[in-house]
Design a binder for this molecule. Structure first.
Ligand SMILES: [Zn+2]
Length: 163
């Protein structure tokens, strides 16, 4: 804080006083100089009012549905796949391959799960797999109901004690 007192203009007569509490001209009590006032440090930091983060509304571009790619008459063409058709003998070979116990099942699963670039092979493997599941279900049902049926028939076993 500086000791230099700022000139105070008298409110009564307008004389400029460099120091003192009263006017040198008229003797009126001078208004206390603002600089003379002990300035207590007031932290000017004020808590900023909570401002919610501005919600950035990004305009969602209206996505046009992708035009169905149709290459060589194939709907939903994907260059990832090889669309070469399987020849009849190819299907015949696949049937034999898939009917091999265990090995056939492995090939079937690999092809079904997309382990091949040939989409026709994948789809055929899937169809074969579905057929296999159907056969499995039928076999299981036959076993369940068959055994139940056998047990039912068993109750009517021939009673030899009658003779
Ligand atoms: Zn004065």
């Amino acid at each position: 804080m500086s000791n230099v007192t700022e000139p105070i203009v008298c409110t009564s007569c307008g004389a400029v006083n460099t120091e003192g509490a009263f006017c040198i001209n008229c003797g009126t009590a001078l208004p206390t100089a603002p600089a003379a006032q002990p300035q207590t440090y007031q932290p000017t930091y004020t808590q900023p009012a909570y401002q919610p983060a501005p919600t950035v509304v990004t305009p969602v571009p209206i996505q046009e549905p992708p035009a169905t790619t149709q290459v060589n008459g194939i709907k939903g063409y994907n260059s990832k796949w090889n669309y070469t058709p399987i020849k009849p003998w190819g299907y015949f070979g696949l049937n034999i391959l898939f009917s091999i116990p265990l090995v056939g099942l492995v090939f079937l699963l690999v092809f079904s799960l997309g382990g091949t670039k040939k989409i026709n092979l994948r789809n055929y493997a899937r169809s074969y797999f579905c057929g296999l599941l159907l056969v499995l279900i039928v076999v299981i049902l036959l076993l369940i109901f068959g055994s139940a049926l056998m047990a039912y028939i068993g109750d009517f076993s021939f009673d030899y004690s009658l003779f």
